[in-house]
Ligand binder design. Structure first.
Ligand SMILES: [Zn+2]
Length: 409
């Protein structure tokens, strides 16, 4: 578990007598990209006391909290902006018990040094240098110094978004059997079903296994041999406000009968770009009460949440499937598949084996072997949602009922 060895920072005010007397205005936030580190400079009108720590979940970020501060940055009225280097986006939260600046990090990073500097032509400067570190090092130094609201709560409260964490009793899982109808997918090479038939049979088995637990609300993108467009599959998941989307497929290696085993994909950077433009173009995040900039930042936060949740689930799925079947690729795999391009719903694409491999094909066509594989998938879903520690439904673009959420296309 995370240690509470957070990197504390107690910046002494240069003029101690003034500290805490009144809120100090933050007048600028700047970034400098340097060899090996990113410098964050926070400028204030008067000296300010602050402390900084990093958090690893659900996504890497740096939190700087102030004894007291208010936001007064020209051109960034929404209290949010884009960073540089190791900082993706940042956002000021005045509603916390101590006002804070939250910087999303593009990867694991630690605080190398922090300084408090007197004005040199501008305001008082709080300087924090962050440098990239290994994921293990990051996890060991990251943690809450106390028990504050989560980042999600902070952002969501401020933006007035409907925040509904996945309830432990009603986790919504969308099962997406690939292909169908006029699209058979990879053809049967060694007899038995085409890919579409295998994906459907597996999907129905997984549905039944999940339904038996009573823990999930299962939604199928198709439950018979019909064609469903990729766009509609994503739409169904959005309408359901899914906590998890799992797409089932079987691979093909063309004329090569050699490759065998399962592969699990989550979205890659290109899919992420598609998710980003989809979210922005569809207007899901546009709100009259929100500046465009804040909308964009919320999209970034949603995508970053989706990414980490998808990767966590992919890891759980690899672990469980690896116990019962052979993996073609045992390392994290990413791809630009259309069904992975929603900005919010954690999603993986599960290639259950190769249609072009004789043994894989036999197993995929065998009802018992297939059930064993789907039991592994169900075990991964159980472990992903164990203790409901990984709510997927974290940031929703539009509030209200699932129906109104679905109207945002
Ligand atoms: Zn396929």
């Amino acid at each position: 578990m995370r240690t509470i060895a957070a990197m504390f920072l107690a910046l002494t005010a240069a003029l101690a007598g003034l500290a805490g007397a009144q809120a100090s205005d933050i007048t600028a936030v700047r970034f400098g990209e340097h060899e090996g580190h990113t410098r964050i400079v926070i400028e204030t009108r008067t000296p300010v006391q602050s402390r900084a720590h990093t958090l690893s979940e659900p996504a890497p970020r740096l939190v700087v909290s102030f004894e007291d501060a208010s936001w007064s940055v020209d051109g960034l009225d929404g209290g949010a902006g884009f960073g540089a280097g190791l900082v993706g986006v940042f956002r000021f939260d005045a509603a916390a018990s101590h006002p804070r600046l939250v910087f999303t990090l593009t990867g694991p990073a630690s605080i190398r040094q922090q300084m408090s500097l007197d004005p040199a032509g501008g305001g008082y400067r709080t300087v924090i240098d962050v440098e990239p570190v290994s994921a293990a090092a990051f996890a060991s130094v990251s943690g809450f110094p106390q028990a504050p609201a989560t980042l999600t709560e902070l952002v969501v409260r401020d933006a007035g978004i409907d925040f509904t964490p996945a309830g432990c009793e009603r986790i919504r899982v969308v099962i997406d059997p690939g292909h169908g109808g006029r699209d058979p997918g990879a053809l049967a090479r060694f007899g038995g079903m085409h890919e579409a038939g295998i994906a459907l049979a597996a999907g129905l088995q997984l549905r039944d296994i999940l339904n038996e637990t009573g823990r999930y609300e299962v939604i199928m993108t198709r439950d018979r041999d019909v064609y469903v467009s990729l766009e509609d599959r994503v739409r169904i998941a959005r309408q359901a406000r899914a906590d998890l989307f799992i797409s089932l497929h079987a691979d093909s290696a063309g004329g090569n009968a050699g490759p065998s085993g399962a592969t699990i994909y989550s979205m890659n950077a290109r899919a992420e770009n598609r998710a980003r433009s989809r979210a922005i173009n569809e207007g899901n995040w546009v709100d009259v009460n929100r500046t465009e900039e804040v909308s964009r930042i919320l999209v970034e936060m949603a995508i970053s949440n989706k990414r980490s949740q998808s990767e966590l689930f992919a890891e759980a799925l690899r672990t469980e499937v690896g116990r019962t079947a052979n993996l073609w690729r045992s390392t994290p795999m990413e791809a630009n598949y259309a069904v992975l391009t929603d900005a919010e719903i954690p999603a993986v694409l599960f290639e259950m084996g190769f249609m072009t491999n004789r043994e894989d094909s036999r197993r995929l066509n065998d009802v018992r072997e297939r059930r064993r594989l789907m039991q592994a998938a169900a075990a991964a879903i159980d472990s992903h949602f164990s203790g409901c520690r990984a709510p997927g439904r974290t940031y929703w673009a539009s509030g209200g009922s699932p129906a109104s959420g679905a109207s945002a296309r």
